[in-house]
Design a protein around this ligand. Structure first.
Ligand SMILES: Nc1nc2c(ncn2[C@@H]2O[C@H](COP(=O)(O)OP(=O)(O)OP(=O)(O)O)[C@@H](O)[C@H]2O)c(=O)[nH]1
Length: 250
């Protein structure tokens, strides 16, 4: 058995071989990783549709990916906890019930994730279709802890944030979408790609063009025109924040 500590080896394909010269190869501190995509975004933004399109595309190009639905009403989670049971037994509404289920998932994450990951190979690509409750990627730490678990299991994780293009109809909505996405970026601290969904429903693509290559000064004056003068300072601060962090990701 070869134990490699300091040797840097470049492979021209992934995954690297599991054996070398006929011997099992163990690279210390650098075990073979899996890859995961966390698909998040507001309710109804098109996460599940994106996941199924991605799945079909990968099938066409003969790449294997696995979709794991983290919605407590979905099959992957139902064995652990069911949203309907929680709502009935605890008298919670759908939103409170979902947060309860996600917190329960968090408490059982080690066991549940270990069981789930047993279904997959080391170098599989997993796509997690997350529920749309904004709390999950703004201030409730469930998804952050979930990501940390995946990382501890040597997964490389990235975020795909879906935003409904119908949302991008004026500057105030653009700022709101950027802030929600920025909040997820700050909370999760992962490589992050923003995707505008439902573009087929946008009749005039030019209406959205301003937000794809935003000019902060133009947007700021538009914002100031729409709002009372006492918001000017806040508008300026918001625009600075958005232009230095999130604007380039749309
Ligand atoms: N026209 C159009 N409709 C879309 C597109 N993507 C999603 N939809 C529709 O938007 C609705 C919501 O899509 P979903 O994929 O269920 O959205 P979601 O983000 O998974 O929803 P939640 O899981 O409830 O948060 C469905 O009726 C979809 O058919 C798209 O690209 N174009």
């Amino acid at each position: 058995m070869i134990l490699l500590d300091a040797l840097v080896v470049e492979w021209d394909h992934w995954p690297p071989p599991k054996s070398y010269l006929g011997l099992p190869l163990i690279v210390r501190g650098c075990s073979i990783m899996g890859f995961a995509q966390l698909v998040i975004g507001p309710a109804g933004s098109g996460k599940s549709t994106y996941c199924s399109s991605l799945y079909q595309h990968c099938e066409t190009v003969r790449r294997t990916i696995h979709i794991v639905n983290l919605d407590p009403a979905a099959e992957n989670i139902r064995e652990l906890i069911s949203l309907d049971d929680v709502m009935e037994e605890l008298g919670l509404g759908p939103n409170g019930g979902l947060i309860y289920c996600m917190e329960h998932l968090e408490e059982n994450l080690d066991d549940w994730l270990a069981d789930e990951l047993e279904n997959y190979l080391d170098d599989d690509y997993l796509v997690f279709d997350c529920p749309g409750q904004i709390e999950l990627f703004s201030h409730v730490p469930v998804l952050r802890n979930f990501v940390d678990h995946l990382k501890r299991k040597n997964f490389n994780v990235c975020v795909v944030y879906l935003l409904d293009s119908q949302f991008m109809t004026d500057v105030t909505k653009f700022i709101s979408g950027c802030m929600a996405s920025l909040s997820a970026m700050v909370q999760l601290e992962l490589p992050h790609v923003n995707i505008l969904s439902k573009m087929d429903l946008v009749k005039n693509k030019r209406d959205i063009g301003d937000y794809l290559n935003p000019e902060p000064r133009v947007l700021l004056s538009e914002l100031n025109e729409r709002m009372a003068p006492q918001f000017e300072k806040l508008n300026k601060a918001l625009m600075e924040l958005v232009s230095c962090k999130a604007i380039h990701t749309f």
